[in-house]
Design a protein. Structure first.
Length: 554
């Protein structure tokens, strides 16, 4: 058996935690590229774990606060071993097993399997890097643009410089669509991005925010510089017609911007204030320009939950993850149809972070799959405990592109068909756009278990309309950016109308996210959206059993 495992690049180990003796079966020294003397003790092996990467086995087990009920406590880790010499590359390993407690309840022994996954990690990182760009414009996609914005704000605060963030929208895109056909939107957005990009300075960044909106990060930029740059962008776009597949089209843009960190000390404030400025600009007619400035009535001060990387990592390592549950209701009668299970992380001081506060850190450090595993485990536990409950759970791009999450859900749901029918797995549109074949395979595997699959944040990648049918999902969730301004923005209403029509044609149901008021809800009902989600129907809560108006429909 050990020969078979060794041939597959897998080694087994047994670690006596109390004596620190570490024994291996198979060709461990050859496979792990670690000297035999280093492999003989848990401490020696732990010294080979790269301290700048995800935590290794020793650190995770010794800090695990779980209780062993006699069956052991499972773990599944991926971490990096440092190179033994300059000519040897670092080695990524996958380490899974169970630890067992001694008489005092603390970890006393661990047994597991380990294999080298350096090539797979490199492939995954290449795929993720490819997914950072928007395939229509060639600029950054929404996720990477917002990350870039956050980094720029931090640098601006640190070095006490001024920068800016601008949001650009194509004017009257719905009118152009009606006159020339919906397909010209791609041509227009791509050329608008290219013309703006040609006017930008080295070091500035441009990316796709959603639909017809583009975001621009401008370093070392004062309010006067922002106004000058905005006028330049407006002029260059409108200077000559844009050539589309339907012929030349005259296009104008509106620009809303905010100076940072003066009027925004984190990415959420920057996005909100820039969008507010854009709304002001568009209210002035075509080719409008506006720069954010707080009114005397003032926007309420926002206190972010931004936490240092070290505190987030410590909380993740100690397993302080939990779920909050937000209802998703029928647009017909507002009865609850299912809940979305949202990841939460509790810091050492009791502060609870939402996923947006810590997922970026987890992705950057390569430990986001720990969050995905934990969320899945907690959601399945909740479904088993409550047979009347239906949940959706999110899975990151990293887990979709790798196979370990799919292996885990398969094991968890084996012989649990009733749970499968009540579980919805949400994947992001970004994954579907940039690796369609792998996304299709993932969707097929999850649906093969009996679960449904939803594509989340739809609309951040306009060209994915073409791929919805082939992807094979059951539910499409409309990105909240199209809901926030739907009562006053004709372009957003047109987008939702088109998506609902397409979804019905190919047999999908639709969910609108971030519904905040009854006016938005009524518009979405009138447009034919099937389900609604947002604080209007209930904020995320600690237990779904506390939600009102649970519907029998699933």
């Amino acid at each position: 058996m050990l020969d078979v495992l060794a041939a597959a690049g897998v080694v087994v180990y047994d670690w006596n935690i109390l004596s620190d003796e570490l024994s291996w079966g198979g060709a461990a020294e050859e496979i792990l590229k670690v000297p035999a003397e280093t492999l003989s003790t848990g401490g020696g092996f732990a010294a080979q774990v790269d301290g700048n990467g995800p935590p290794g086995r020793s650190e995770v087990i010794l800090k695990d606060g779980s209780s062993d009920d006699g069956k052991g406590v499972g773990y599944h880790l991926e971490y990096r071993l440092v190179a033994g010499s300059p000519d040897k590359p670092a080695l990524w390993v996958e380490d899974c097993g169970r630890w067992y407690a001694g008489p005092e309840g603390r970890p006393a022994r661990a047994h597991g399997l380990m294999r080298a996954i350096t090539e797979r990690r490199a492939r995954d990182e290449r795929l993720i890097q490819q997914s950072e760009s928007d395939d229509l414009t060639g600029g950054l996609n929404r996720v990477r643009l917002i990350e870039e914005l956050g980094t720029a704000i931090k640098s601006s605060i640190r070095y006490r410089t001024s920068m800016a963030f601008a949001v650009v929208a194509v004017d009257e895109l719905a009118v152009l669509n009606n006159a020339y056909g919906f397909d010209i939107a791609d041509d227009v957005i791509a050329e608008v991005s290219a013309r703006i990009g040609a006017e930008m300075r080295a070091g500035d960044s441009i990316g796709r925010l959603a639909g017809n909106r583009v975001g621009i990060v401008l370093g070392r930029c004062t309010e006067g510089d922002l106004r000058t740059a905005s006028r330049r962008f407006v002029r260059t776009v409108s200077a000559t017609p844009i050539v589309t597949r339907s012929g030349p089209v005259a296009v104008t843009i509106s620009v809303g911007g905010v100076v940072l960190p003066r009027h925004g000390r984190n990415k959420d404030e920057a996005l909100t204030n820039a969008q507010e400025a854009l709304h002001m600009a568009r209210g002035r007619g075509i080719a409008g320009i506006a720069v954010y400035g707080p009114s005397t009535a003032g926007a309420a001060a926002r206190t972010g939950k931004a936490a240092s990387t070290s505190r987030v990592v410590a909380a993740l390592r100690n397993g302080r993850t939990s779920l909050a549950f937000q209802p998703v209701v029928s647009s017909r009668d507002s009865g609850i149809c299912f809940h979305e299970a949202l990841s939460r992380l509790t810091l050492d001081d009791g502060t609870q972070l939402t996923a947006s506060d810590f997922i970026g850190t987890a992705e950057r450090l390569g430990i986001v799959r720990l969050v995905d595993f934990s969320s899945l485990d907690l959601a399945v536990t909740e479904l088993i405990a409550n047979p009347d409950l239906s949940l959706s759970v999110n899975v990151s791009a990293s887990s979709v592109l790798a196979g370990s999450w799919l292996t885990r859900i398969t094991k968890l749901l084996r012989d649990r068909s009733s749970v499968c029918r009540r579980l919805i797995v949400e994947i992001t549109e970004t994954v579907a756009i940039h690796d369609l074949d792998r996304a299709i395979a993932f969707v097929q595997a999850v649906r093969g278990l009996g679960c449904r699959v939803a594509i989340d944040d739809f609309g951040t990648g306009h060209t994915s309309f073409r791929n919805l049918r082939g992807l094979g999902v059951d539910i499409v969730k409309i990105d909240g950016t199209f809901v926030e301004r739907i009562s006053e923005n004709e372009d957003d209403r047109y987008f939702v109308t088109t998506l609902v029509s397409l979804a019905r044609r190919i047999g999908l149901v639709t969910v609108a996210e971030r519904v905040a008021n009854e006016q938005q809800a009524q518009i979405l009902r009138d447009l034919g959206v099937d389900y609604l989600q947002g604080n209007l129907f209930g904020a995320p809560i600690a237990s779904p059993r506390g939600s009102a108006r649970q519907s029998k429909k699933r």
